[in-house]
Design a protein around this ligand. Structure first.
Ligand code: MN
Length: 259
């Protein structure tokens, strides 16, 4: 019975046999945000304005006003974020079915390849090699690309250079394979966005966004602690704020992991 499953989950959590891994980076004014090519408008980082802090403005309470780009820190990308997904039904943060905010995780570890090549792109061949070891990616799974990138600090995280940023991502054919042949929920990455750093120059530009959102799939960016997840068996819970017509939002991404 469903009620038994839920009480069992609580027992497993209390007993430490299921653990919660926080996949979320701290959200602060210095949290890295994506830099688009200079001809485009830029997203704002987080700014925090204190409303009151136990002072004349509010003697008994502390609270802040926030200003933040939707795509800041660990965040959720909704299909309306991209031109390819702009006319799909239920494509905004407030209209996506909440069932979609919970799903199994398949973690593909390419950190070895990325250590040698920061421009590494996931290919369908690499996905099939992963499936040989771990089985076919189930429908409505999150595919999380473990690159080790979240361990980078300072300028090394965005890894900007005169010819644009250098960071790993997906070959267009891999995004197509995951969206169409595997019908995933979406992809999650440790980098600042779900496309490779050089993807503004790809054909089409930003092919992972273009493909995933065009197929009604989602994105999770700036994840961390993917090294604490098994290749299969974890469950991701990641929900954006219910912003009306929102294209995405910072989120608290958590994983339930068997110990
Ligand atoms: Mn985004």
């Amino acid at each position: 019975m469903a009620s038994q499953s839920l009480s069992m989950l609580l027992t497993e959590l209390a007993g430490g046999r299921v653990r919660i891994v926080d996949l979320t980076v701290p959200l602060a004014p210095d949290t890295p945000i994506i830099h688009l090519p200079p001809q485009f408008a830029q997203s704002h980082p987080l700014t925090v304005e204190v409303i009151s802090k136990f002072d004349a403005q509010g003697p008994g309470w502390y609270w802040n006003n926030l200003e933040v780009g939707e795509h800041t820190g660990t965040h959720f990308d909704a299909p309306i974020h991209w031109a390819t997904g702009k006319d799909l039904p239920n494509n905004t943060t407030d209209t996506i079915a909440p069932e979609k905010f919970v799903g199994p995780a398949c973690v593909i570890d390419v950190s070895g390849e990325v250590a040698k090549n920061p421009d590494f792109l996931l290919t369908p061949e690499r996905i099939l090699a992963w499936e040989k070891d771990h089985g076919k990616i189930p429908r409505q799974s999150w595919v999380l690309l473990r690159t080790g990138w979240s361990e980078r600090r300072g300028d090394a995280y965005l890894n900007d250079s005169p010819d644009g940023p250098h960071s790993p991502g997906f070959h267009k054919s891999a995004s197509e394979f995951l969206a169409r042949d595997r019908d995933v929920l979406g992809v999650g990455v440790e980098t600042v966005g779900t496309d490779a750093g050089q993807a503004a120059k790809f054909d089409p530009p930003f092919p992972n966004h273009s493909t995933m959102h065009g197929a009604g799939k989602f994105g999770l960016a700036s994840l961390c602690n993917l090294d604490q997840l098994p290749p299969i068996g974890a469950i991701v819970i990641a929900a954006p704020l219910k912003i009306v017509n929102g294209s995405g939002s910072p989120c608290r991404a958590l994983a339930l992991v068997p110990n």
